[in-house]
Design a protein around this ligand. Structure first.
Ligand code: SF4
Length: 540
């Protein structure tokens, strides 16, 4: 398999960085061929490769490129237990009852060769068919294959959740670990979540009045506020975790008698209560649920300090200093910024005067001016326009002042695949929130593969929204990394805002031939720091 010139040039640098046990941060645009480069590096090093991806749509490029570079080598996916449990119907949100399961055994077969796998859907289907024929478990099979396969592709929780990671710990200590779309590590944190639905389910499943009272006391803490608010931990409830666990075990034993398993909400509540006394976890309520979280990413990401070789890859990686200080990864970093020579693909328009989403300047007049600016851009655009807002509230204010345009507005239920279908039917003005599901890791392409977005509008600067979890995160990172005031501003506000901008812009340029205009609609972009960064993406 012949590599492209830029890949040939970078491969020795990647390999030498990995051989000296440095963390390789590989920054290159989407569609440029990072996957092939990384797989080639693994072959040169003679190490198996463990890849972690954010979403299932990212499985395919790895399987495709593995077949190109090493078709005879063995590969496996590792999909979550909730989806791959043979008896769970594909949608468990609680741990499956493997200890008491009658089919708790792997297939007696080797992982498939890369060349024989046409894609993730086919991989999963044929695994389930074979497991059903042999009365075995697809999930156990993937775990067994994880020890032997040259390429393992797993979802993020197998890296970031200590419980899920346990099942592949040995493999991690002897393989090249690759994190795809690694800018997402910024939201890594250890947490336990209980939604109102889970608590209702637990109440239905509980049998004793005492358990019902414990669950009721937790449910009383749930608020519907649209931000996270800290609440005192009800530590007196923690001692009841064992009682709920007993009832949960009985529930599991009953499931084992049948052919189907279902969610065990009592287990989720019991796990939540067991974690409650840990000092590093704080308790928050909001959005109809509870969140017990240690918001510092460092404890979770310390897993990347020990494997023999680590690559972080993304089109929008933060700088080395951020990786070391904010993420707390204790490793020297080799930062490789790959430019595949695609020429200038993005035209950055000058920031206008008189537009800003600064808190003290917000109001009806400002939202009307933003609406007018969006309408003007819509008139001159050649394709669909993606407008990215710092928050839902700003988006709703501006949207309410727009004339009759074909608008697709993000809400909490919006699905990216629905939007792609809409854009294929005709031009749309897409209103989305920074870091939301329409601007992270999604593709909007026509059937030929070209981007359907011609213009990206940055409505305001997407600083992280201040809430109680964010404040605690800032406090912990600052104290761990010894950040002074100006470093705190640069590392925890400016750089994350820049990451969000780069992600949004990336929606419009997915391949070599895509071109886009970017409109930074906030006067705060008119300074040297922002202009240098916006200029840096012009030839991406
Ligand atoms: S089929 Fe059985 S062993 Fe496999 S994940 Fe489900 S409960 Fe566990």
């Amino acid at each position: 398999m012949k590599l492209r010139d830029w890949q040939e040039e970078l491969l020795p640098k990647v390999v030498s960085g990995l051989r000296s046990r440095k963390l390789v941060a590989l920054s290159a645009p989407t569609g440029s061929g990072k996957t092939l480069l990384v797989l080639s590096a693994s072959l040169e090093l003679g190490l198996p490769v463990s890849v972690f991806v954010r979403s299932k749509s990212q499985f395919q490029p790895w399987l495709r490129d593995a077949a190109k570079v090493a078709g005879e080598r063995r590969v496996t996916l590792l999909i979550g237990q909730g989806e791959s449990c043979r008896l769970g119907g594909g949608e468990l949100s609680s741990p499956a009852p493997c200890d008491v399961c009658k089919v708790n055994r792997p297939l007696q077969a080797d992982p498939p060769a890369a060349a024989s796998v046409s894609g993730p859907t086919e991989f999963v289907r044929s695994l389930h068919r074979a497991a059903a024929r042999a009365d075995a478990c697809p999930y156990r099979t993937m775990l067994a294959w994880s020890s032997d396969a040259w390429l393992l592709v797993a979802s993020y929780p197998y890296l970031t959740s200590p419980l899920a990671r346990k099942s592949i710990e040995d493999r991690l200590s002897g393989s090249l670990v690759v994190v795809d779309e690694a800018h997402n590590l910024d939201s890594a944190a250890e947490e336990h979540v209980l939604t109102g639905r889970m608590l209702d389910g637990a109440r239905r499943q509980s049998r004793s009045p005492e358990s019902k009272a414990i669950i009721g006391a937790l449910a009383d803490l749930v608020s519907e506020s649209q931000d996270w608010r800290e609440v005192d931990k009800p530590l007196e409830l923690a001692g009841h975790a064992d009682r709920l666990k007993e009832e949960s075990s009985e529930l599991y034993a009953n499931m084992a008698k049948g052919e189907r398993v279902h969610d065990n909400y009592l287990q989720l509540v019991s796990d939540f209560l067991s974690a409650l006394p840990e000092v590093r976890f704080k308790l928050y309520t909001g959005y109809g649920g509870l969140r017990l979280i240690d918001p510092d990413p460092a404890p979770v990401l310390s897993v990347l300090s020990s494997p023999p070789a680590v690559i972080l890859m993304s089109a929008t990686l933060p700088p080395a200093q951020y990786v070391q200080r904010v993420w707390g990864i204790e490793r020297d970093v080799v930062y490789l910024d790959a430019r595949p020579g695609w020429g200038r693909r993005i035209e950055v328009m000058p920031p206008p005067r008189g537009l800003t989403t600064k808190y003290e300047r917000r109001g009806g007049d400002m939202w009307s001016r933003y609406a007018e600016a969006l309408e003007d851009i819509w008139e001159s655009a050649g394709g669909s326009v993606l407008a990215v807002f710092p928050s839902y509230s700003v988006m709703e204010e501006v949207a309410s002042r727009l004339g009759s345009l074909p608008i697709f507005m993000e809400d909490r239920r919006a699905r990216a695949d629905t939007l792609e279908e809409e854009l294929r039917r005709g031009r749309r003005l897409v209103l989305a929130v920074a870091r939301g599901k329409l601007v992270e890791g999604v593709e909007f392409r026509d059937v030929e593969g070209s981007s359907l977005i011609s213009d990206v509008v940055l409505v305001g600067v997407p600083y992280r929204q201040p809430d109680a979890v964010e404040e605690e995160r800032t406090r912990r990172i600052s104290s761990r990394a010894g950040l002074g005031e100006s470093e705190r501003w640069r590392l925890l506000q400016l750089l994350p805002a820049w990451q969000a901008v780069a992600q949004a812009v990336g929606r419009a340029v997915r391949g070599e031939s895509d071109r886009a205009r970017v409109w930074p609609l906030d006067e705060r972009y008119a300074n040297a720091w922002w202009m240098a960064r916006l200029e840096s993406i012009s030839n991406y």
